[in-house]
Design a protein around this ligand. Structure first.
Ligand code: HEC
Ligand code: HEC
Ligand code: HEC
Ligand code: HEC
Ligand code: HEC
Ligand code: HEC
Length: 463
């Protein structure tokens, strides 16, 4: 965990062709380059990004990160995998359509992979997980370096000890549904070891069978479902087996299972049979230890289809309104009411307000959408989602100048966002500015070669 962020990444290079998305990549001199080849084998749609740092120690994988001029962090599409001893597509990228060089690394990623940031600048240059993430602040301890002036997790009740680890090691599903929501009023980096996880966050899960799903960050999720945890009144924590500082696991089964009769002679490596290592569903080329301790492991099966079913609480208990929010699937009047209820409790929930603005827009309630988007922008000046909602609402009202202003503002905040360029193009075209429109559509295509609508709009321009 002390190596969770690499500040001096790629010294090695390489080439990689991703057949599914027809993209070529090259890594050299600290730069990742992407291009395609046209019919004459000429390079087109080239994009180049400097590699600024890396996430992942390389125990399993290393993912590379680019820091934009605006201080945004972008996940790069190639990762290095230990099992391949080479390059592969980053988790979630091994498909014909992927986010390429446009996927933002959010504060939520950094919450699990980095030290607490002390400033905005520190968010753009994160540091590896440090003592404070498990021991809390050390100021009092540095003033008076003695026992009792710093948190020792071993003195906490078992559930709080467990949650020191679960703050980062609990994830139920990485795709398809919202895995968790923070409680009203809680900012990302405000969880402190020793407090209850539920006071910070509530978790959700799919309601269908959990057994076959197995993901990279599933140690906590799977352990919590084990009979060993459920039937030992919560006595089992991560440190029952792991040393928190070296991460090494000891064979702790005998603590609770003194005499186990097996039908045939078994050796002492209990985990080998009861905690099998297996491939994960959500990341390619990665093998993890299944922490769902059981007599006979159930083989996981990859399931990438969208999950249409209900979402339920997991480990923590969400109130009715929060659970309703996790279950929103379509932009309808009911969704509006749910977001409004949430915002009455926490007016600063930017995510809920931006979603409300977008829902109102999709319901054709333009004025209300504009009002909500503007409220979001008062909380976060460059919120790209709100700027897009605002621009589209203005354009629908025929106010192209105002729409253009909103899209330009979004572009300055995030020039790597293909959808912004598409909207710029559409607006220029509506204003009769065909050259500007063409330039914008071409930039959208360069950023996202599979962007069908941008190609179609360009064709409609006759260019
Ligand atoms: C701030 C978030 C965070 C907290 C808190 C945290 N972990 Fe981790 N842990 C991580 C991340 C991220 C990794 C993967 C690091 C990597 O390999 O890049 C990791 C890796 C590990 C590993 C695998 C290490 C290896 O060498 O293979 C173990 C075991 C582990 N953590 C156990 C724990 C335990 C036990 C606790 C609680 C005492 C804990 N973690 C608390 C984020 C966290
Ligand atoms: C809820 C916490 C959490 C979030 C959010 C999260 N991760 Fe992780 N991630 C982990 C933990 C814990 C591990 C280690 C899992 C293990 O070793 O079993 C991990 C593993 C990884 C690894 C493999 C590291 C290695 O060698 O073991 C990479 C790369 C990675 N994450 C990147 C990301 C990126 C990029 C994001 C944001 C898009 C992200 N993660 C979001 C907790 C998280
Ligand atoms: C991943 C979480 C985690 C991180 C990071 C971490 N610790 Fe700990 N630390 C623990 C836990 C859990 C315990 C209690 C161990 C136990 O159960 O006996 C502990 C105990 C200790 C103790 C008491 C040791 C003892 O034998 O009683 C010291 C000293 C300590 N940590 C120092 C540090 C320092 C210094 C750092 C940073 C370099 C650090 N820890 C980082 C989780 C962590
Ligand atoms: C904190 C105590 C504790 C530890 C440590 C522990 N277990 Fe358990 N385990 C239990 C309890 C309690 C049960 C439930 C027994 C029952 O149902 O009567 C259980 C059940 C099981 C079962 C049956 C599972 C099922 O689904 O029916 C297996 C297999 C098992 N443990 C293996 C292990 C192995 C292997 C280890 C070490 C890797 C281990 N346990 C560590 C407490 C523990
Ligand atoms: C019953 C014992 C046991 C408990 C409890 C346990 N682990 Fe593990 N864990 C293991 C074993 C065994 C391995 C494999 C170690 C190895 O291969 O060297 C492992 C490996 C890991 C790894 C390395 C990546 C992987 O999946 O192979 C991570 C991360 C991890 N555990 C996190 C946790 C967290 C977080 C908790 C608490 C939620 C936890 N473990 C509780 C036994 C345990
Ligand atoms: C070679 C694989 C293997 C190893 C190693 C192994 N087990 Fe088992 N274990 C099994 C199988 C298979 C069963 C199902 C019962 C049987 O056929 O013996 C089982 C059953 C169990 C049960 C459930 C008993 C019940 O009544 O439901 C527990 C608990 C258990 N093992 C614990 C352990 C512990 C602790 C160790 C390490 C000392 C261990 N096992 C090592 C394969 C193994």
């Amino acid at each position: 965990m002390g190596r969770s962020i690499g500040e001096r990444p790629v010294s090695f290079g390489g080439e990689y062709f991703h057949r599914l998305s027809n993209r070529h990549y090259r890594v050299a001199d600290g730069v990742m380059l992407r291009y395609q080849l046209d019919g004459q084998k000429q390079r087109i749609n080239e994009i180049e990004k400097r590699v600024d740092f890396a996430i992942g120690s390389g125990n399993h994988a290393v993912t590379y990160v680019h820091r934009t001029e605006q201080g945004r962090l972008l996940e790069l599409p190639l990762s290095w995998y230990r099992t391949l001893n080479g390059w592969g597509m980053s988790p979630g990228y091994d498909s014909p359509v992927h986010q390429d060089m446009r996927r933002e690394i959010s504060d939520a990623c950094l919450f699990c992979h980095a030290a607490y940031p002390v400033s905005r600048e520190a968010r753009a240059r994160p540091k590896s997980i440090d003592c404070a993430r498990c021991h809390g602040g050390a100021q009092a301890h540095l003033k008076r370096p003695e026992k009792g002036t710093i948190l020792n997790p071993s003195r906490l009740p078992a559930a709080r000890q467990l949650e020191v680890c679960l703050q980062c090691h609990l994830e139920t599903v990485s795709q398809g549904i919202a895995d968790s929501f923070r409680q009203p009023g809680r900012e990302v980096f405000t969880f402190r070891p020793g407090e209850s996880l539920e006071s910070y966050k509530v978790y959700f899960d799919r309601a269908d069978a959990a057994e076959p799903r197995f993901e990279v960050n599933h140690a906590g999720y799977r352990m919590l479902q084990s009979a060993c945890y459920r039937k030992s009144s919560g006595k089992m924590t991560c440190t029952t087996c792991h040393d928190p500082h070296t991460a090494r696991a000891r064979n702790a089964c005998a603590d609770c299972h003194a005499l186990v009769k097996h039908t045939r002679q078994v050796d002492t490596n209990c985990a080998e049979c009861h905690m099998a290592k297996r491939a994960t569903n959500d990341a390619p080329h990665v093998t993890m230890t299944d922490h769902w301790i059981r007599v006979k492991p159930v083989e996981p099966k990859a399931d990438h289809t969208a999950y249409p079913g209900p979402v339920i609480s997991f480990y923590t208990k969400a109130d009715v309104d929060t659970l309703a929010m996790a279950n929103i699937r379509t932009p309808n009047a009911e969704a509006v009411a749910i977001y409004e209820k949430r915002l009455a409790k926490d007016g600063k929930d930017i995510g809920a307000r931006a979603a409300l603005a977008n829902t109102l827009l999709r319901l054709g309630r333009r004025d209300a959408a504009v009002a909500e988007a503007e409220r979001v922008l008062r909380l976060e000046r460059e919120h790209v989602g709100a700027l897009l909602t605002l621009g589209v609402a203005r354009a629908m009202a025929g106010d192209h100048a105002q729409a253009l202003a909103a899209f330009e503002r979004a572009r300055r905040a995030n020039p790597d966002h293909a959808l912004i360029w598409l909207n710029l193009g559409v607006t220029h075209a509506a204003m009769g500015k065909r050259d500007e429109a063409e330039r914008a559509f071409r930039e959208a295509i360069r950023l996202q070669p599979d962007f069908a609508e941008a190609r179609q709009r360009l064709a409609e321009l006759g260019r």
